[in-house]
Design a protein around this ligand. Structure first.
Ligand code: ZN
Length: 288
């Protein structure tokens, strides 16, 4: 590291791109380790561009943890050049450590990065976080493992709560239409047919054909609600409501889901685990 000694901090700092990663890292890292994240509430990671202050944080950090799988679309290249396996590197793409057979791929062949919406899959990512902190953070193995065990238990309990809530929705109503394709892992885990109006990145615009297909699906199955997302504009969802109205099916907006970033504290979805629970409650209210 080329920084002068006076600018270096005494505490070890771990920088995470998102709060989804920072939450478990804060629970795993020993006291005294500084854990920070770059993207705040309501920030779309697919489109996020790092600020000069972010770049300073990246340079100062001892370890940088990011998702990979092209979630951080506009930071991916810079982060991959800092890979921990290269000399002087300190960045780890944590989701790239999940076996390919556990990952979903969309029609275009792109790997779906939204792993955190399936609690069991995110638990596997937390296993990788544990290994990374031991291997690249230089922390005590037993200490991290003990913290990891209690984290795993709380994730199992969160997963159970989410499943129990969603089981209140009748099977024939388990069609989830959302603003972008973030919920495929969620659907696979909790038994929903899932459709996004946009693709797995928010960078693409939906086609008229796509909108018309979804209007037909929602009307045919009399699905009562679709959902908006905090990080995606609402206009695409409006097109479906208008379309269903023309077919005589009244469709409502079933509330706001937090797909790619937690919300502000007062939203009740102010962290990864809170947003997962909030989403389950919102989906139950909309589709039950
Ligand atoms: Zn997304």
């Amino acid at each position: 590291c080329a920084l002068p000694i006076s600018q270096k901090k005494a505490a070890i700092t771990i920088l995470c791109t998102t709060q989804m990663i920072a939450e478990p890292v804060r629970l795993l890292a020993p006291p005294g380790v500084e854990v920070d994240h770059l993207m705040g509430s309501g920030v779309d990671p697919h489109l996020y561009k790092p600020t000069p202050e972010d770049l300073r944080k990246i340079l100062r950090a001892d370890l940088v943890l990011y998702h990979g799988l092209h979630l951080e679309g506009r930071m991916a290249e810079m982060l991959s050049q800092m890979n921990v396996d290269a000399p002087g590197g300190k960045a780890v793409a944590i989701c790239s450590k999940i076996p390919q057979e556990s990952l979903l791929v969309d029609e275009s062949g792109a790997t779906d990065p939204h792993l955190w919406l399936d609690v069991q899959l995110w638990k596997q990512v937390c296993d990788q976080l544990k290994l990374t902190l031991i291997t690249h953070g230089g922390f005590n193995t037993e200490d991290i493992s003990a913290r990891h065990q209690s984290l795993s238990q709380s994730l199992d309990s969160l997963d159970k709560d989410v499943s129990q809530l969603l089981n209140q929705i009748p099977k024939d109503r388990r069609i989830l239409v959302t603003a972008h394709d973030a919920f495929a892992y969620f659907g696979q885990r909790y038994g929903f047919e899932v459709h996004g109006i946009q693709g797995i990145s928010t960078e693409s615009e939906p086609s008229l054909l796509r909108v018309n297909q979804l209007v037909k699906l929602l009307s045919d199955h009399k699905i009562p609600a679709i959902f908006v997302e905090s990080t995606v504009p609402e206009r695409n969802v409006r097109a479906l409501i208008e379309g269903c109205k023309r077919l005589g099916h009244e469709l409502k907006v079933g509330g706001k889901l937090y797909s790619d970033a937690p919300g502000p504290e007062e939203s009740g979805a102010g962290s990864w685990s809170k947003m997962v629970l909030h989403n389950a409650k919102t989906i139950v209210e909309g589709l039950r």
